[in-house]
Ligand binder design. Structure first.
Ligand SMILES: [Zn+2]
Length: 284
């Protein structure tokens, strides 16, 4: 059950994974309402690469960051090239000047154990996946398009959390954000074939659409990938929202004909209030 589905037509809507805030992480998926962008990017567009006015994107990102009490420059981003490379974001990143904090090149997933760093993923149909291990206190964010899903980007994130940060897969929480779903995600035979090869013909992820087309259930495949990686089904959440069906409140690359904005999915570790720990106060 996900909370905070709120808002009127000009009010920002957020979805947060239930239980994460109390366990020490803040995480949210932004929607498209309540920002300042115009035209096809109306209105809470967080994507700086889509042709929108840069000052509007900056204002929108600041609004999203403020919702989570995160300084906007402390959100690490990935280049998002529809691959499956996972990058680690260490304390050295915080020492960079804000203008030096460019998106991690050729990267589609980020992991950190550093309080004071938030991780951001931009989407408009692809699946944003957020991760949290409350035991080892590690968070991660992944951009899972169809290529990244076939390449197992979510299981690669879990593997990185286990091998680099000493997490146990059964402690890892994961949540799937708003994304295009089986109701609306039509693919051709070559893409369907790649999913059959990876996830098996028996897996009920693909059903026939129009002639030569297939309807693909990307979140279901990601869920299978996560379960195979050792994540407990009890620790999986899914917002269950389709970006194309709910194009009134979400950007959808397909429903908007390719020219549209991007939602921002963000996750970070919350601070424990401790005397003299200034970096932690950013999330307090
Ligand atoms: Zn749909």
């Amino acid at each position: 059950m996900l909370g905070n589905w709120i808002g009127g037509h000009d009010t920002p809507i957020w979805l947060e994974p239930s239980g994460w805030r109390a366990a020490g992480a803040h995480a949210a998926f932004s929607f498209r309402l309540g920002g300042v962008s115009q035209g096809p990017f109306a209105s809470l567009n967080a994507g700086g690469h889509v042709g929108d006015d840069a000052s509007a994107v900056t204002a929108n990102r600041a609004k999203i960051a403020a919702h989570l009490s995160v300084p906007v420059h402390d959100i690490a981003m990935a280049e998002q090239v529809h691959g499956s490379r996972v990058a680690l974001v260490g304390e050295d990143w915080l020492e960079l000047a804000p203008q030096q904090r460019v998106p991690f090149a050729a990267t589609d997933a980020l992991v950190t154990h550093v309080r004071g760093i938030a991780l951001g993923i931009l989407t408009a149909d692809c699946v944003p996946v957020l991760f949290f291990d409350p035991v080892q206190r590690v968070v991660a964010a992944a951009h899972s398009g169809w290529r990244g899903t076939v390449e197992g980007i979510s299981s690669r994130v879990v593997k990185t959390m286990v091998e680099v940060y000493g997490c146990r897969a059964q402690n890892v929480r994961a949540v799937l954000g708003p994304a295009i779903r089986r109701c609306c995600y039509e693919v051709d035979e070559s893409v369907a074939g790649a999913f059959i090869d990876r996830f098996g013909r028996a897996h009920a992820t693909i059903r026939p659409g129009r002639p030569g087309k297939f309807l693909l259930d990307l979140p279901s495949c990601i869920r299978k990938d996560l379960l195979e990686a050792g994540v407990s089904p009890h620790h999986l959440q899914d917002t269950g929202v389709c970006t194309a069906c709910r194009n009134d409140v979400l950007f959808s690359y397909r429903a908007d004909g390719g020219r549209t904005g991007r939602q921002l999915a963000v996750v970070g570790l919350r601070a424990k209030r401790r005397g003299g720990d200034l970096s932690c106060d950013q999330f307090a």
